[in-house]
Design a protein. Structure first.
Length: 189
């Protein structure tokens, strides 16, 4: 399901249903990796372009306008096949606003089907490649599975690391430790 927002939100439900339908169709056509690669390319375009994000999220554009604009972008980016058809269908059905969540839900289905565990890892500053591999190796040992890291830099952590795998979370950030000390000192008064 979607990782942004709550699991029970309407977007999460729409995203999950669309992603599952796309996954099953891609699996039946033996095109899961191709669809995933094309969705990743579109997602990269989405992250890079404020105009594209506005087009995707804004209800001000009609379904026809969204579909025409998305079709032009897909053609220019060389994104085709099932992924392109899926994105165009999302636009035609006025579901383009849920596309980022659909892409995340599709990735989760692909990872699940391949036995890959997704781990959200937040750190205060960009770690070295060696440290990233050390984190991945440690998580692989714990989960006994291949691990796909979603690494995010969050300077507000001050230092340390926060790891979330499924419903389990380990918060070893300096911010959390300082807050715990602050709370303990207030209670000691």
């Amino acid at each position: 399901m979607a990782q942004n927002g709550s699991e029970g939100s309407p977007v999460a439900g729409v995203a999950g249903r669309y992603a599952l339908a796309l996954f099953e169709l891609a699996r039946d056509e033996r095109a899961v990796d191709d669809v995933a690669a094309n969705l990743d390319r579109f997602d990269a375009l989405l992250r890079e372009s404020e105009d594209l994000r506005r087009l995707v999220k804004s209800p001000a554009y009609s379904a026809e306008e969204q579909k025409a604009a998305v079709t032009a972008i897909l053609d220019r980016a060389g994104i085709g096949g099932l992924a392109a058809s899926f994105i165009k269908l999302s636009a035609a059905n006025r579901r383009l606003f849920a596309l980022p969540d659909m892409i995340r839900a599709f990735r989760a289905k692909v990872a699940e089907s391949k036995g890959i565990v997704r781990a959200e890892v937040r750190v205060a500053e960009k770690p070295s490649d060696a440290l990233i591999e050390e984190i991945r190796g440690s998580l692989r040992e714990v989960t006994k599975s291949e691990v796909d890291l979603d690494l995010q830099v969050d300077p507000s952590l001050i230092g340390g690391i926060v790891v979330k795998i499924g419903s389990r979370m380990v918060d070893a950030s300096l911010r959390t430790k300082l807050n715990s000390i602050r709370l303990a000192m207030r209670e000691a008064r």
